[in-house]
Design a protein around this ligand. Structure first.
Ligand code: 13P
Length: 253
């Protein structure tokens, strides 16, 4: 059976309450009218304050709502942080972890990412885990060793059962928000590499089932080619997911 393609919109720090609800209502109206998306898993990750209302708006539809971050402790004196049980209490059971912007601006290291991963899984929250190399890494042809290291320090500390709750998002840092998309050749080679190390660590069933998404300057013009490439199970989309018309086109492919 063909795997469902997974399209994830990462809205980052964009859209206020009005913009969020306006987008979601119109998006849902559109996909209902056109009867599209039944062959896809569509996930949108708005900002924290709007997760609850977003989840209410999308109840009973095929749209799922995800958080963009989580903290690695269950509760306590951690000003400004959001716990797994808080997310669960408003019906959120998907989270993005390890995005390169969190690694860069909030200095999240692999040790804390592993803790975030583990606490999300403990609470049965599905994780979209981001990995990716810098421009310098790729220029030096180090991209494969960097990706392997990122996986070794985080995901590969998970048991086969835990892996079932994880999607991998390969997002080369040089392609994020730059308009420079990785080529299909670069994407398929890296996705093949990732799937293959899952095969070596966990065997055939897990490596064939694990979903590997690509992210980095996907738009309505290049989405179809990327999403339907070998070993690509979907896309993680930033800028283009903020444009209703473009995002509707992307989910229609
Ligand atoms: P862009 O689609 O804007 O390049 O962002 C990708 C991304 O970071 C998604 O998480």
């Amino acid at each position: 059976m063909m795997k469902k393609k997974i399209i994830v919109a990462n809205w980052k720090m964009n859209y206020d309450l009005h913009e969020t609800t306006f987008f979601l209502r119109n998006f849902l109206k559109y996909i209902k009218e056109k009867k599209i998306c039944h062959n896809k898993e569509i996930i949108i990750a708005p900002s924290f304050p709007f997760l609850h209302i977003s989840n209410q708006i999308s109840q009973g539809t095929l749209l799922k709502i995800a958080a963009q971050n989580i903290f690695f402790k269950d509760k306590g004196s951690f000003t400004g942080e959001i716990s797994a049980s808080m997310l669960k209490s408003i019906g959120i059971d998907i989270v993005i972890i390890g995005h390169s912007e969190r690694r860069k601006f909030f200095l999240e290291d692999e040790n804390s990412l592993l803790k975030k991963l583990k606490i999300a899984i403990k609470h049965k929250i599905k994780v979209i885990f981001c990995i990716g190399e810098t421009y310098e890494d790729r220029n030096k042809n180090n991209q494969y060793s960097i990706i392997e290291k990122q996986l070794n320090n985080t995901i590969f500390h998970c048991s086969p059962n835990e892996i079932k709750l994880i999607y991998i998002a390969y997002e080369p840092i040089w392609a994020i928000g730059t308009g420079v998309t990785a080529t299909i050749d670069q994407i398929t080679k890296m996705h093949y590499f990732i799937r293959n190390i899952f095969y070596e660590k966990y065997g055939n069933t897990i490596s064939s089932k694990i979903s590997i998404l690509y992210g980095g300057s996907i738009n309505h013009l290049n989405a179809k080619n990327i999403i339907y490439s070998n070993n690509v199970d979907g896309g993680l989309i930033g800028n283009s997911s903020l444009n209703l018309e473009q995002f509707v086109k992307i989910v229609q492919y």
